[in-house]
Design a protein around this ligand. Structure first.
Ligand code: PLP
Length: 426
C-alpha cells in the first residue's frame, strides 16, 4: 500500500510508515494513492463480518502484509457486532456501540492497536495521547495488556464526565492515566511538546494514537459494508447514509467504502451547532467559528481534521455535490428526535439522533435511509434521562468500571513533571 501526504505530495510512505508516523511533513494527512475497485460486491456481502473485512483491508493494504496477518488483526480487533435495527419503514439505525467502550471509536482504536503491533520494528513503544473523553477510553481498552506498549493518557482533571473517567482510568497494567490540572488544550499542548522533544521521542519510542491515523479510518470502512450486507439487494440499491460528524473521520471512511465500490447513493454530513462544514458546502467559504458546547459533545469540533481527506477523495473520484448533503441540527431538534425515536420504540442518544433528524429531512421517496448510532445511550445517560424522564440502565462494561477505583495520578500542567512520568512508566 502506498500513501501520500496531501499537503506535500512528494512524501510517499508505506502502510507501516503511515501507521507508525501518524502525520506527514507540515502536519499533512496521509491518503492512499490507489483505491482498488473491489469486484463482485454482492458475493463479498454474503461473507461474514470478519472474513469480508479481512478481504477488504487486505485489498487495500496489498502485499505489504500477508492475508493471514490482516485476518488475524481483524479477528482480534472486531470481536463485537455492528447490527442494523429497523426504526421505521425504510429507515435503519446502524449500531456501532457494542464494543468495550460503547462507542464506534472501538473499531478504529482496536484495529490501530493491532496495526501498530504488527508493523512496529521492535523495541518499546509509548503511546501518548490527550483526550476529552471517548478517544481515551477506546485507546486505553484497545492497547490494554499488549506487550512492549505503554500507554499514557492525559485528560483535564474534573472536566470529563465521572463515568467517562471510570471507563479508562481503572484499568492499570500498561495503561497510565494522568489528570492534568488544566483544560483539554493544555493536555494537547503537553503532548505536542513531548513530540517536539526529539531526544525524548527516541528514548521512549513515542507514538501518537490520535484520530488522524489512517489505520483507524480503514477499520471504519468495514462497518459500512456490514450495514449493506444486512439489507436486501433492492434496499441497498438506493442507500442514503447520514453520519453524525465532528472530526469527519467516520464520513471519510464511508466515502472510502463508496470509492471501493459499495453502492451508496449519497451521504449526509450531519453536525450540531458546530456547523463549519454545512456552511462551507452551502457558501463555498471555510469560516470556522469558535467551538460551542452542545449535548452531542463528541461532535463539538469547529475545525475538523479529516476534511482535507474528504475534499481530496471527492475531487479524485469526480463526485459532485449530489454525493454529499449536509445539515446542522440544534440541541432542541436533537432532543425532539431522541423523543420521537423513543416513542416509536428505539432508544437513541443525541449524536445518533442528529443523524436521524438530518435523514428525516432529506430522505426522498424510494430511498433507504441509514443513520449511524455512534454511542450507546447509557454513555450519555444524563442527557438522555433528562430528555426522556427515564433512568436508563448502565450496560455491563460501564457498570463494572463504575464500581472500580480510579488509578489516575494528578499532575500540574508542567512539561518537566510529565517527562518524569513518561520515564517512570518504562
Ligand atoms: C467521535 C464521535 C463522533 C464524531 O465522529 P468523527 O469521526 O470525529 O466525525 C460522533 N459521535 C460520537 C459518540 C463520537 O464519540
Amino acid at each position: 500500500m502506498k500513501l501520500y501526504n496531501i499537503k506535500e505530495n512528494d512524501e510517499q510512505v508505506s502502510f507501516g510508515q503511515a501507521v507508525r508516523q501518524g502525520l506527514g511533513r507540515n502536519q499533512g494527512l496521509f491518503f492512499p494513492t490507489d483505491i482498488p475497485a473491489l469486484d463482485n460486491i454482492d458475493a463479498l456481502l454474503e461473507e461474514d463480518f470478519v472474513t469480508r473485512s479481512s478481504k477488504i483491508l487486505s485489498a487495500l493494504i496489498g502485499d505489504e502484509l500477508s492475508e493471514s496477518q490482516v485476518s488475524q488483526m481483524v479477528d482480534t480487533a472486531f470481536q463485537f457486532p455492528a447490527p442494523i435495527k429497523s426504526v421505521k419503514d425504510g429507515t435503519y439505525a446502524l449500531e456501532l456501540f457494542h464494543g468495550p467502550t460503547l462507542a464506534f471509536k472501538d473499531f478504529g482504536g482496536r484495529f490501530m492497536a493491532q496495526s501498530l503491533a504488527t508493523v512496529s520494528k521492535g523495541g518499546k513503544i509509548t503511546i501518548l495521547t490527550a483526550t476529552s473523553g471517548d478517544t481515551g477510553a477506546a485507546v486505553a481498552h484497545a492497547f490494554y495488556g499488549m506487550a512492549d506498549i505503554n500507554v499514557v493518557i492525559l485528560y483535564p482533571k474534573g472536566k470529563i464526565s465521572p463515568l467517562q473517567e471510570k471507563l479508562f482510568c481503572t484499568l492499570g497494567n500498561n495503561i497510565h492515566t494522568v489528570a492534568i490540572d488544566g483544560d483539554f488544550d493544555d493536555c494537547q499542548a503537553l503532548v505536542k511538546k513531548a513530540f517536539d522533544d526529539e531526544a525524548l521521542r527516541q528514548e521512549i519510542g513515542l507514538n501518537s494514537a490520535n484520530s488522524i491515523n489512517i489505520s483507524r479510518l480503514m477499520a471504519q470502512i468495514c462497518y459500512y459494508f456490514e450495514a449493506a450486507a444486512q439489507m436486501s439487494k433492492s434496499e441497498r440499491e438506493n442507500l442514503v447514509i447520514s453520519v453524525p460528524s465532528g472530526n469527519f473521520g467516520n464520513l471519510t471512511a464511508g466515502l472510502l467504502a463508496k470509492a471501493l465500490g459499495l453502492p451508496i447513493k449519497r451521504f449526509i454530513a450531519a453536525t450540531n451547532a458546530n456547523d463549519t462544514v454545512p456552511r462551507y458546502l452551502e457558501t463555498g467559504k471555510w469560516d470556522p467559528k469558535p467551538t460551542v458546547a452542545t449535548t452531542s459533545n463528541a461532535m463539538d469540533v469547529s475545525q475538523p481534521n479529516n476534511w482535507p481527506r474528504i475534499e481530496e477523495l471527492c475531487q479524485r473520484e469526480g463526485w459532485g455535490l449530489d454525493t454529499l448533503g449536509s445539515a446542522a441540527v440544534t440541541d432542541e431538534q436533537s432532543a425532539a428526535s431522541v423523543k420521537e425515536l423513543h416513542d416509536s420504540g428505539y432508544l437513541c442518544e443525541p449524536h445518533g439522533a442528529i443523524a436521524y433528524r438530518a435523514l428525516q429531512e432529506q430522505l426522498a421517496e424510494g430511498e433507504t435511509g441509514l443513520f449511524l448510532c455512534t454511542a450507546h445511550p447509557a454513555k450519555f445517560k444524563e442527557v438522555v434521562d433528562d430528555i426522556l424522564g427515564t433512568d436508563i440502565e448502565l450496560p455491563g462494561p460501564l457498570a463494572k468500571h463504575a464500581a472500580m477505583d480510579l488509578l489516575s495520578e494528578d499532575l500540574a500542567n508542567d512539561f518537566d513533571l510529565l517527562k518524569t512520568v513518561l520515564r517512570k512508566v518504562q
